[in-house]
Design a protein. Structure first.
Length: 179
């Protein structure tokens, strides 16, 4: 299985998995138990039980693959165009920094292709096509450590509310907070 980059089984793996389910249906026809099928095909008893229930209610046809649960709404040409857009960066779309966020990618897809994607949908689309979340490998060149230190020492205490004074604590579980 290739969950990390492909979101599930490859087409070849889907065909193989269906072949295994059809062989399990044959074994159920021959009177095999769920436990025997689970051992023989190296699946969990729960999976063998689901196969058995599907076989019992609809025969071998109920174990046939129905295809992928979702298909990409962008065709290959549009995916290639989206990849080119992402490689150019968000600058041409009015964002000053060089970060693609899910919301920005969703906005570009809406503008360019007229399709609305949810943020999780954008994440799945990018993941299926080999894009991943990236964190900076090093600090920005523009970062001024002296200014950061001054802000932390001088401005932050003024912004941060002071801690409330607390009464002395107690180790008693019955009378907590009493001195």
């Amino acid at each position: 299985m290739r969950y990390a980059t492909g979101g599930g089984l490859t087409p070849v793996e889907q065909v193989e998995r269906e072949r295994i389910r059809m062989a399990a249906a044959d074994r159920f026809d021959q009177g095999a138990t769920r436990a025997e099928v689970a051992r023989e095909f190296k699946v969990t008893p729960k999976t063998a039980g689901r196969w058995y229930q599907a076989w019992e209610s609809g025969g071998a046809a109920a174990l046939r693959s129905t295809g992928p649960l979702s298909t990409c709404r962008l065709d290959d040409r549009q995916l290639a165009r989206l990849e080119a857009i992402l490689r150019r960066g968000p600058g041409p779309y009015g964002w000053d920094d060089q970060r693609w966020t899910l919301a920005r990618v969703a906005d570009v897809i809406r503008r360019e292709f007229g399709l609305t994607y949810t943020l999780p949908g954008v994440w799945m689309l990018l993941d299926r096509n080999g894009w991943s979340c990236q964190l900076p490998a090093r600090r920005a060149i523009e970062r001024d450590d002296t200014a950061v230190r001054e802000w932390r020492d001088e401005r932050w205490p003024a912004v941060k509310p002071p801690r409330r004074p607390r009464p002395p604590g107690s180790v008693s579980s019955m009378r907590q907070g009493r001195a």
